[in-house]
Design a protein around this ligand. Structure first.
Ligand code: GDP
Length: 593
């Protein structure tokens, strides 16, 4: 609770030092000072993430809330690729498929408890006891109807999926605690669901508590645009207690009703497409990915392109860990066989062969490379800069996770990160939420706290703010690993590797007024590439190094000219070619260490 003197401000996900200073009515220098005191080196135009900005704001007497982005008409109108594909399907081929449900809501309002309650009471034949692994989604039967639940609660996962236009859910269950009411993340969830044009069913949770006040919360929800159907609105608000297992059947009934009102269909024989729910690297099994099939039927053995990676499905499992041969629309399936770890929200498609899949992925990579923005986000560096500032050769971590079973794969994956220069030292691991004790330990040992599927309570957050300890929570393991990896890499100076790709000999030179000297060459090995670097050599000595200004074969501009062919080339900033010079074409890559 904020005291009366604390002013409140809204901040976006990422803000600059300059903008933050304006919002907290202070000078950028002042903000930079506070950042430095917290171990973050920043300049005035630096971008800082919400968590960091909120710490600065708090020190300046402001309580920051995450700004809910205005959803533009365009965004609302954006239809995910798989939906468009289904719309293009011949109506006679479409059949009903199970609704895919995601659970959103404010932290601590009971999302995880509700997902567990639904899983335990409704998984077919009471087999839930057998589900030892979480693959990010599960299916239940309610009165002979299948419902798919995405069980990575949290906005990050949902937003990641939406950001890629791949939003996977048909229905959002919004959990609102009846004793706490509409909170910032409740509003955020409503905004996301609206933007994704996904209907909302409200689970009014914790009605077992003596201080539950359902009517008050219903009024709050109405103010936020969700008017209860009891009040002639069109939102179902269903009282439940996830903890006491009350009202779960009513909630499922509500979901089925909403599903019946929305056309939730697919063509099981159509183009096979879907979305990645989560993915990870498993020490013994390699890359695992949970895919949600959205159209068509996915079969073991299929070649697939997934985001920036591809592979052949070597084996496929349902959410209970049973091997399956095929997965129909709305079915989550965990697959093995991808070459690399895809991202949650990536779209997959089945290809005729692995070769075709590879070609699709290569093209995507090329496009991504071209559009790679030069703007560098500094949130990660900020996060780990304390380690840097202290000039420690060690990144110290305290690791918290929901269950013991999640800790092991995280530690294994951390161990797999190259630590030749910066050692990763996991000081402490424990199942459970982040506590004040963890923060104290982190303070005492200059460590960072990483949480998986856990949260930090208010007192530990306050203490962390006061002590300048970073707490980062994740709901997808590979994101956590990715962040640590990035941080470690950020601390290492990138190594550059040069690869020669071809050589050409200068046969003639032409001076062209206002243009410069063109070297008429023959490519003697490999290829000369327009976008690669070049080095001009004379008698085995380097004369010049730089970029090509043009590359032609006969009169045409070329991207590359291969061995045996002649070409005319110009080098930017160099006009002193002599017959007999050698031109070497080479690339420079940053080596991932
Ligand atoms: P999440 O952060 O939204 O995933 O919330 P959790 O599922 O972790 O629940 C937060 C806390 O609320 C836990 O201590 C739960 O035991 C408790 N909780 C969840 N549902 C209920 C409920 O229906 N009644 C009561 N009394 N407590 C609940």
């Amino acid at each position: 609770m904020s005291d009366k003197n604390t002013k409140t401000i809204d901040l976006p996900n990422v803000t600059t030092v300059r903008d933050l200073a304006k919002k907290v009515d202070s000078s950028p220098i002042q903000v930079i000072k506070v950042l430095m005191a917290n171990g973050v080196m920043a300049n005035i135009n630096q971008q800082i993430d919400f968590d960091t900005a909120a710490v600065v704001a708090a020190e300046m007497g402001y309580e920051a809330s995450l700004e809910i982005p205005e959803i533009s008409e365009e965004q609302v109108g954006e239809i995910p690729l798989w939906r468009r594909l289904i719309e293009d399907e011949d109506a006679k081929n479409l059949v009903n498929r199970p609704p895919v449900v995601t659970i959103l809501g404010h932290v601590d309002h009971g999302k995880t408890t509700l997902l567990d309650a639904i899983r335990h009471t409704n998984v077919a034949g009471g087999e839930s006891g057998g589900i030892t692994q979480h693959i990010g989604a599960y299916q239940i039967m309610h009165k002979k109807r299948k419902i798919t639940f995405l069980d990575t609660p949290g906005h990050a996962a949902f937003t990641a999926m939406r950001a890629r236009g791949a939003q996977g859910a048909d229905i959002v269950v919004l959990v609102v605690a009846a004793n706490d009411g509409v909170m910032p993340q409740t509003r955020e969830a409503i905004a996301h669901a609206r933007a994704a044009r996904v209907p909302i069913v409200v689970a009014l949770n914790k009605i077992d508590l003596p201080d539950a006040n359902p009517d008050y919360v219903k009024q709050q929800l109405a103010d936020a645009g969700l008017v209860s159907d009891e009040w002639d609105g069109d939102t179902m608000i269903i009282p439940v207690s996830a903890k006491k297992n009350m009202g779960i059947d009513d909630l499922l009934e509500g979901i089925v009703l909403v599903a019946d009102n929305s056309k939730i269909m697919a063509n099981p024989h159509g183009t096979v497409i879907g979305t990645v729910i989560e993915a990870a690297v498993d020490k013994s099994r390699g890359v695992t990915a949970t895919l949600l099939v959205q159209n068509g039927t996915l079969n073991a053995g299929d070649a697939i392109a997934v985001g920036m990676t591809c592979g052949n499905i070597r084996a496929m499992f349902d959410f209970k860990g049973n091997a399956i041969e095929s997965a129909e629309p709305s079915t989550p399936a965990q697959i093995l066989g991808l070459n690399d770890v895809p991202k949650a929200g990536d779209i997959f498609q089945v290809c005729a062969s692995e070769r075709e899949a590879r070609a699709i992925v290569n093209e995507r990579k090329m496009k991504a490379e071209q559009s790679k923005s030069t703007r560098s986000m500094t949130t990660l560096e900020d996060l780990f800069s304390k380690v840097k500032a202290g000039e420690m050769g060690e990144l110290r971590l305290i690791l918290k996770a929901d269950v013991q079973g999640s800790l092991e794969p995280i530690i294994n994956a951390l161990n797999d990160i190259d630590q030749s220069e910066i050692k990763i030292n996991v000081l402490y691991t424990e199942a459970g939420n982040v506590t004040e004790n963890d923060v104290l330990l982190a303070t005492a040992s200059n460590a960072i706290i990483l949480g998986f599927n856990v949260h930090a309570d208010a007192s530990s957050k306050n203490l962390a703010e006061k002590e300048g300890v970073s707490i980062r929570t994740y709901d997808i393991i590979y994101r956590l690993i990715e962040d640590v990896e990035k941080a470690v890499k950020g601390m290492l100076a990138p190594e550059k590797k040069e690869t020669a790709i071809g050589k050409a000999e200068v046969l003639q030179t032409f001076k062209i007024t206002k243009v410069g000297t063109v070297a008429g060459c023959r490519v003697t090995s490999g290829e000369i590439r327009r976008n690669a670097m070049v080095r001009v050599m004379r008698n085995n000595e380097k004369i010049f190094e730089g970029e090509l200004a043009s590359l032609k074969h006969e009169k045409d501009n070329e991207k590359e000219v291969r061995e045996g062919f002649e070409c005319g080339l110009r080098v930017r900033g160099f006009n002193d070619f002599e017959i007999g010079d050698t031109v070497i074409s080479y690339t420079i890559e940053e080596v991932q260490r």
